[in-house]
Design a protein around this ligand. Sequence first.
Ligand SMILES: Cc1cc2c(cc1C)[n+](S(=O)(=O)[O-])c1c(=O)[nH]c(=O)nc-1n2C[C@H](O)[C@H](O)[C@H](O)COP(=O)(O)O
Length: 501
Amino acid sequence: HKSNDTQPVKLSGADVAKHDNAESCWVIVHGRAYDVTEFLPEHPGGSKIILKYAGKDATEEFDPIHPPDTLEKYLEKDKHLGEVDMNTVEQEEKAEDPEEQARQERIKAMPILEQCYNLMDFEAVARKIMKKTAWAYYSSGADDEITLRENHSAFHKIWFRPRVLVDVEKVDFSSTMLGTPVSIPFYVTATALGKLGNPEGEVVLTRGAHKHNVIQMIPTLASCSFDEIVDAAADGQVQWLQLYVNKNREITKRIVEHAEKRGCKGLFITVDAPQLGRREKDMRSKFDDVGSNVQSSSNDNVDRSQGAARAISSFIDPSLSWKDIAWFQSITKMPIILKGVQCVEDVLRAVEYGVQGVVLSNHGGRQLDFARSGVEVLAEVMPILRERGWEKKIEVYIDGGIRRATDIIKALCLGAKGVGIGRPFLYAMSAYGLAGVDRAMQLLKDEMEMNMRLIGASSVDQLNPSLLDTRGLSFHSAGVPSDTLSLNVYDPLSGPKEKSK
Ligand SMILES: Cc1cc2c(cc1C)[n+](S(=O)(=O)[O-])c1c(=O)[nH]c(=O)nc-1n2C[C@H](O)[C@H](O)[C@H](O)COP(=O)(O)O
């Protein structure tokens, strides 16, 4: 399309609308048209979701799931059809969606930020005001969400043995992680699809992490591109990379080398997700979102019924194993940390393979249900590392269900170097943007100072196992099922007989 003054003529909405089927499928993203006909069968999210926007503007659906450079990177240049005159594109009449109207009303009535006094308050607000699909993706855990809930309740099985008459006038809860000084021993863990909750996505977390001098772990499956997230960091701000290992090792090598070149100070290889877990809230909401036609015999070659998670993770390599560690050590100088280790045997192997750290984690309860909480595994691991004199050989982190500074203190008393926090910052960002993330981090710092003072510790190196009573930690008390049959026929003891009349 060239006009006589060699300015490319923009495509019209009508030009694009003609290509609205599987035989010829054009979509508009950010004002530019793309021919995705040949790409349809390869789309990890299946062809149906693209065909829903065939001949139309797909920007709104595209943005939360795809980093902005996706089309640049993965769609051949001859499929880039050029600019569209957006004035000629018919904007979809959004059918009045009562649920969306109700959500908008809830947003108008949402509490002001100052009404949030702890991390769970952000979850309460987010649950009310987030889009259903976003809430479903962030909040869901695998299967019956037993581990999701156990992550939080495990901390309720640990009690403090505080010491008194310790001078706690000055409390310093700063620490270091992989050699980087941090203001408080938590980091923002990797959580995918940040733009589902906030249109700016992960860069909001970058700014919050900078403001509070904590580390951000950049997710492989971020909505923002890796470079956008690194560019959003301030000079000297430390970030780590969370890596899902691709079946195509060349792609993985490129990602790791690029991350090191851009200054990442840690490579966190996710090892608990050879396949992403079945998160049923996410799956259900995905059905509503694209209509149940996905249920029909969809000819796409990807099972989209697994919700967003499965759709975006078909590249992950389930063959990853201990023999690959040496290869990673050969392609990067970054410290290597295995994220998602869940028993002491694998921590000992990690030490033997020479990695610098592990995160004891069950992926926020989103992977194997009935996996134990990170803090319970921590209590299993540290005494054995100490027994072998290995506790200095490796940095041990935990994540999952950390919602209070007392959770952080319990982890550090048991020997963790620090903790990762996921959902609370997603909810804070989704409800209140950067101000929300800032407040959430500050609330944790305020709690940390008070609780360190009350436990009788003025710095994190004073936190030790003697300050805890962990005897209840490994009990997973489930009520004995009631014995209904015999109860029904059982003849209870009867008390003293009344006098006969
Ligand atoms: C909440 C959440 C967690 C995800 C996450 C996405 C969300 C919305 N995603 S996921 O889509 O694949 O499951 C990732 C991810 O990209 N990579 C990863 O290593 N962990 C992922 N995690 C796990 C995360 O890094 C922590 O292990 C977990 O969030 C800690 O639990 P809390 O959320 O309770 O703090």
